[in-house]
Design a protein around this ligand. Sequence first.
Ligand code: ADP
Length: 631
Amino acid sequence: MATKEFKAESKRLLEMMIHSIYTHKEIFLRELISNASDAIDKLYFKSLTDDSVGLNKDDFAIEIKLDKDARTLTITDNGIGMTEQELENNLGIIANSGSLKFKSENKLDDESQIIGQFGVGFYSAFMVAKKVTVITKAYGSDKAYKWESEGVEGYTITECEKDSAGTVIILEILADTDDEKYSDFLEQYRIKELVKKYSDYIRFPVKMEMKKSRRIEAEGEDKDAEPKYEDYTEIETLNSMVPIWKKNKTELTDDDYNRFYIEKFMDYTNPLKYMHVKNEGNATYNALLYIPSKAPYDYYTKEFEKGLQLYSNGVLIMDKCADLLPDYFSFVKGLVDSEDLSLNISREMLQHDRQLKIIAKSLEKSIKNELSKMLKNEREKYEEFFKAFGLQLKFGVYNGFGMNKDTLKDLLLFTSSAENKLTTLEEYVSRMREDQKYIYYATGESVARIEQLPQTELVKDKGFEILYLTENVDEFAIKMLMNYDDKEFKSVSASDLDLETEEKKEELKAKEEENSDMFKLMQENLNGKVSKVRLSKRLKSHPVCITSEGEISLEMEKVLNAMPTDQKVKAERVLEINPDHAIFEKLTALYSDDKDKLGKYSQLLYNQALLIEGLPVENPVEFSNLICELM
Ligand code: ADP
């Protein structure tokens, strides 16, 4: 029988694992027990609707056997088993090499960190075993197979004998070294401890044959004689089998919740928050919900799948039930266990299940309340949350034509010109001055960039606070909100800022009319690049700026045009000239003396304004030549 090679990635992972540090090695047991439990789950689920399985709930179990002489640890389950093909597919490659991908994208330098926290399934057996043998028979099949491997060299699969469906995994434990005492894993007290620590909630009994000894007191014996002992064995169930979510909150510590999260949801850091919800009434369910502390590497991609595990009375019916979470709370991980759901329900039917909808609504409320509470009472934590997932909330405001904006608007944070801190809209409004009509905002790539925008000068000068919008979605979300607490949002680039005094307004109007011919000529010189040239009411020290009129702002133009569609949009641009800047006098002088040069100045100023705005100069070579010419 030829030895087959592992796929390249699997080989790497195996090597990593074999060299991982000792404290991480113990998780192999949790991984194998959890696989066994999953396999039993599948057969148990079948048995509920199919009598031919021939097993009752109490018949299902996971058994551990230790043999110190042979140095073997054996884990047996009577679950669904594997066919030859499944053996090949599941154990020959790492089907879901998520952990490796995660590593390469997050540049974890400590490889063992992934192993320790993540769990890498079946392969972790090689951290403690020099040889692994898997004997398995799939339910419904009449053939059994044996898979054997001594690690990176490869594996063999041969046909063998096995009576009933299920899987036996035999580990030949490594010899002790100076640093690592693998023999520990052959000690029953140690195994018992590990099962309690990692696998207590497993729903099926994890049994171990415990070798015990007791004193025998024979009758009429001499009191001073040596006491006699006899050995006997007893099967003990090591785990309590009560799933953590069914336990009382008072029985559980933060540590219990956090450890469960890390094991179950494959994160490598504690969650930011956990919620243990017990609901009765129109929907009866237990839920354990977690907010991760960081966004998963694929969170903001198409590959990310939202969803909660769904249990019906302790039986897993779906691993990722998407219908339980709205998109804007898709970062939540966890599980829901309800008695109200029918076990026989198919996935397709589940989508239309009334009960499921009620549960989803109720969960959404719980999540929102928890977030609001965090925002109110644990601001720092909330800001950490918002850094990871705030973008998703903003998308939530924008998506669906704003149908969820009222749910989400009070959960939003924006950077504000007031001390450059994050602020809620409610806080902003509470700081608004009596003479302030609008909630002002400015858009740009970064706070530093926005602060330099000429358009922000006047608003800040008036002492009004400005929201700094730095994410692409920000302005779209703001436009969708339209107003907050009856206060309208207003861009500092809007043409109708309306900040100047009546007197100043009159003065500007007069000046504007006086120079209208010049502005017209400048606009013509710019060949349709701008729809208007006019005096600016907002500039203080800067000579020019570009603003937009109409629905599409310059920032939105940038965002929309970066999207992979053919449709390109163009904001209606306006070139504004500062009437109090020396350049304005220069322009009026040129208008009467040298109209040709005025054209060149118009080009120059327009390009300058583009640069300040962070927009590309249309023809850099021409622009550069023009500067030299005028110099
Ligand atoms: P994961 O459990 O994360 O999918 P593993 O490497 O632990 O990854 O296992 C790979 C696959 O092998 C499992 O998904 C399952 O299909 C199969 N498998 C592992 N152990 C067993 C078992 N005891 N009984 C049946 N199938 C198993």
